[in-house]
Design a protein around this ligand. Structure first.
Ligand code: GLN
Length: 544
């Protein structure tokens, strides 16, 4: 369907337009990685909870992967997949719990193992010949001995009927199984984690060779269908409003909306006074001149700083900033709506743009346990409900690296696309204690120098997030023979792949000394510069 609309009905989601591998989640901490690995192979994949009823799906996957999970399939309250998946006549790959689920379904062949197996394991692949040779496709291109990653306590006690062994390990005689005729496979190890050396090859074998999924999921293909979907959804009159922050997600979402509906998309940027130095000005330049987005910048820095006066509790700071943002955004939205209605060029503001990404969706639908109710993803501050607007989330199928690729293909400047994350409450939570205009100035200037030096040294992309923060209290220093009772700046730079854990970046002394010199010379009122080396955990990346 070239225009992303099937038969003039509801706009089609990617799972209707791209071959899709469905990942059913049994609660493993690695499930999202299966989906990511497939996406990296340009294969579209979506995750749904293992409780998904097939009858409720209005699309058919090319193949299904059953994930791992913390439960034991033989336990009374263990989660089980809708048995209909086995009648769907598409290939199925069970990973760990997923394999145990297959073995349980076909004859209750699972029991508790003598010992847990956690970590690296040596896999021995068993090749087949004759009419069974097709089962070898899962391991095509792999060595006979492979290093894999295991994490299980249960094991297959027997081979289900009509199955054959395709791999073994010292501790797992059924490390891999395959049905002799049907496309059903099970593996005890985790191909989705990087510790399994050839995991990607295996996943590709399953998706491309066995499921015959097309590798056509590219951001170039996505952008066209997404623009068509937005147009179909919004129609040719209604208008959309959304907040932008200067970060990659909101910028990409805004650019996409502009591409789809032009000036009927209204972006609003609220300058809360605790942004990076010159940020509001730069965002305005990039979005309006560079990307053509219809943008209103509201300078509310004094209002925010006024409300933050005397407040040093981090939670209170966050609340004030969050609530004030909502108030201001609503005020602005009313103005835009009123102006829009007067022009008669277009219809009412009916939609609210939100830059939700797929990890947020995964987080809200992942399987949390047999008794847990699935919580729905809640919107930031409940703005759309409050304003009686419908929600539009053009990035909700995308991972962060896909958003970045999309951003580049939409012509968004490289530096912005690869920008480090910046928290919503901004510098307010990088100033320990009370926020004042003076402290904001000190942090902004120190931060600018730090980032500039990181860029000059070519380290920006190596580092996941870097910033300057202001410690509470003051320290003594001497500047030009004068005693100075000055501010204490802490520099923080971390490396991380997922922001769940992080390590402090190891700079060379020379580099840190250069940054210290520049901050000491150029930022008035600073007496000390510290480099913060705590990892996460125990620390968080931000200070408050
Ligand atoms: N809970 C199951 C076991 O211990 C499955 C583990 C998993 O899927 N990682 O064997």
């Amino acid at each position: 369907q070239p225009n992303g609309v099937t038969n003039g009905e509801a706009p089609a989601e990617p799972h209707k337009l791209f071959d899709t591998i469905l990942v059913l989640d049994f609660g493993s901490q690695y499930t999202h990685l299966i989906t990511r690995r497939l996406r990296e192979l340009s294969i579209y994949s979506e995750m749904l909870p293992c409780t998904q009823k097939l009858a409720d799906l209005d699309w058919k996957p090319k193949g299904i992967i059953l994930s791992g999970g913390p439960y034991s399939v033989y336990a009374a309250d263990a989660p089980h997949v809708d048995p209909e998946v086995f009648n769907l006549d598409v290939p199925i790959l069970g990973i760990c719990y997923g394999m145990q689920e297959i073995a349980w379904h076909f004859g209750k062949n699972v029991s508790a193992g003598e010992k847990r197996e956690y970590g690296h394991a040596a896999l021995k692949i068993q090749r087949h010949s004759g009419k069974e040779a097709h089962v070898d496709r899962l391991f095509a291109g792999l060595q006979d001995d492979e290093e894999v990653w295991m994490s299980h306590g249960d094991k297959l006690s027997n081979l289900p009927e009509n199955y054959t062994i395709i791999a073994t390990s010292d501790n797992a005689p059924f490390a891999g199984i395959a049905h002799e005729q049907k496309e059903l496979y099970g593996i005890q190890f985790h191909p989705e984690v990087t510790h399994t050396k050839s995991g990607n090859v295996l996943i590709k074998n399953f998706a491309v060779d066995i499921c015959k999924a097309n590798q056509n999921w590219t951001m170039g293909a996505f952008v066209d269908q997404e623009i068509a979907r937005i147009r179909a959804l919004v129609g040719d009159k209604a208008q959309v409003i959304g907040a932008v922050s200067g970060g990659v997600d909101s910028t990409v979402a805004a650019r996409l909306m502009h591409e789809a509906i032009g000036d009927r998309f209204h972006a609003v940027m609220v300058d809360n006074g605790v942004l990076r130095q010159d940020e509001a000005k730069q965002v305005k330049e990039t979005l309006t001149q560079g990307l053509g987005v219809n943008l209103t910048v509201v300078d509310a820095s004094e209002r925010f700083l006024g409300l933050l006066k005397g407040v040093s509790d981090p939670e209170k700071k966050r609340k004030i900033i969050g609530n004030t943002f909502i108030d201001i955004f609503q005020e602005e939205a009313k103005k835009i709506a009123a102006a829009a209605e007067n022009t008669a060029l277009a219809g009412k503001v009916e939609w609210f743009l939100q830059g939700t990404l797929y990890p947020d969706v995964i987080e809200s639908i992942s399987f949390k346990g047999p008794s847990a109710t699935i919580k729905t993803h809640h919107n930031v501050g409940g703005l759309p409900e409050k304003m009686d607007l419908k929600l539009i989330e053009p990035l909700r199928e995308l991972f962060k690296d896909e958003v970045r690729k999309l951003g580049e293909s939409l012509g968004i400047p490289h530096d912005l696309v690869w920008r480090h994350p910046f928290p919503g409450p901004g510098i307010a939570i990088r100033i320990i204690g009370e926020v004042t205009a003076e402290k904001v100035r000190v942090v902004q200037q120190a931060d600018k120098i730090f980032i500039e030096e990181i860029r000059n040294a070519g380290l920006y992309k190596d580092i996941s997030q870097a910033f300057a923060a202001l410690m509470e209290g003051k320290a003594v220093g001497v500047v030009g023979d004068q005693r100075l009772h000055g501010y204490i700046i802490a520099l923080r730079a971390v490396q991380t792949t997922d922001f769940m854990t992080a390590d402090a970046y190891e700079f060379e002394q020379k580099f840190l000394r250069r940054v210290k010199n520049r901050i000491g010379n150029e930022v008035q009122g600073v007496a000390r510069v510290l480099y913060e080396i705590t990892s996460k955990p125990p620390a968080t990346i931000e200070f408050e």
